[in-house]
Design a protein around this ligand. Structure first.
Ligand SMILES: *[C@@H]1O[C@H](CO)[C@@H](O)[C@H](O)[C@H]1NC(C)=O
Length: 291
């Protein structure tokens, strides 16, 4: 027997609404500070840091759920003391944030990638890894995927971190606030490199981070509406179906979970989840890493 409403739901399910996707910087982003340290060169953007200033850019719109990606070539040579950040963040005291921070190093020493997740204004969820390639030689892609079940950080499509929604354990992932997308290059030589022991050598300035291939495939949130309205707009329902709500997006594929295990086994240098001095009680969202 043919079930008409089932067929209808199937076709509606194929229609992906609200997608935004582009590789053009200007459509998605704008310089946010130090315009004189910001260079737009063809398809590439360069952020410069010298002793007077760093620079940054931000998305023109706010988003809820979906995926944000860019290609990035980090500061070459002596990058000690510098931090390049790529992150999503909402606003206000109880803000949420998903961070990639690339911590520079002296020439020949590896960059470290620090990730962090803030929920309701509270971070302290640092993880750090060394990459399996030199991120200063070529462009590599860095992405943040976010839906109601998980936040995934990816490097060249390899997941390096998953933050699961553990709502049932009183540990929700951020899913109520629209987020902007940001990147910046600044001086953080008080902490970034080898615990702050190595300072920025300004004789090597300007330090340059280069970007291209900007992509935002996410649900756009109108700013004047309430968080609840945005959450409703950006969640699949009877009349709309978003790709990030597909069942296959609710957790890593088997292949991806193997990749994540490989990263954790071979490249992780710090994980707050196993820092028992700092967290005598293992944070709830960490428990799934342990089997
Ligand atoms: C820099 O290099 C040192 C020595 O190889 C390493 O211990 C450290 O993790 C690297 N990264 C940072 C950000 O200091």
């Amino acid at each position: 027997m043919v079930n008409m409403s089932g067929i209808l739901a199937f076709f509606v399910g194929l229609v992906m609404v609200g997608l935004v996707s582009s590789a053009k910087f200007d459509e998605l982003f704008q310089s946010s500070w130090a315009l004189d340290h910001f260079i737009h060169e063809g398809e590439q953007i360069k952020l410069q840091l010298d002793k007077y200033s760093g620079a940054g850019f931000e998305s023109k719109k706010k988003y809820m759920f979906g995926r944000v990606s860019l290609n990035l070539k980090l500061v070459e040579g002596d990058s000690a003391g510098t931090v390049t950040a790529f992150y999503m963040s909402s606003e206000g005291a109880n803000h949420n944030e998903f961070d990639f921070e690339f911590l520079g190093n002296t020439t020949g020493e590896p960059y470290s990638v620090q990730t962090n997740v803030y929920v309701n204004g509270v971070g302290n969820r640092e993880q750090r890894l060394n990459l399996w390639f030199d991120p200063t030689k070529e462009f590599h892609s860095y992405s943040i995927f976010w839906n109601q079940r998980q936040v995934v950080f990816l490097v060249d499509e390899t997941p390096i971190r998953v933050h699961m929604n553990l709502e049932h354990k009183g540990n929700p992932i951020p899913k109520d606030q629209a987020m902007g997308v940001y990147s910046s290059l600044w001086n953080a030589d008080d902490w970034a490199t080898q615990g702050g022991r190595v300072k920025t050598d300004w004789s090597h300035a300007p330090f340059v981070a280069t970007y291209k291939d900007f992509e935002i495939n996410a649900c756009e949130c109108p700013v004047p509406v309430t968080a609840a309205e945005n959450a409703k707009r950006c969640s699949s329902s009877e009349d709309k179906s978003y790709w990030w709500d597909e069942p296959t997006m609710s957790e890593l594929s088997l292949h991806q979970s193997h990749q994540l295990l490989w990263v954790r086994a071979n490249h992780m240098v710090y994980d707050y989840c196993s820092d028992t001095a700092r967290f005598p009680v293992t944070p709830a969202e960490c428990v799934h890493h342990r089997h």
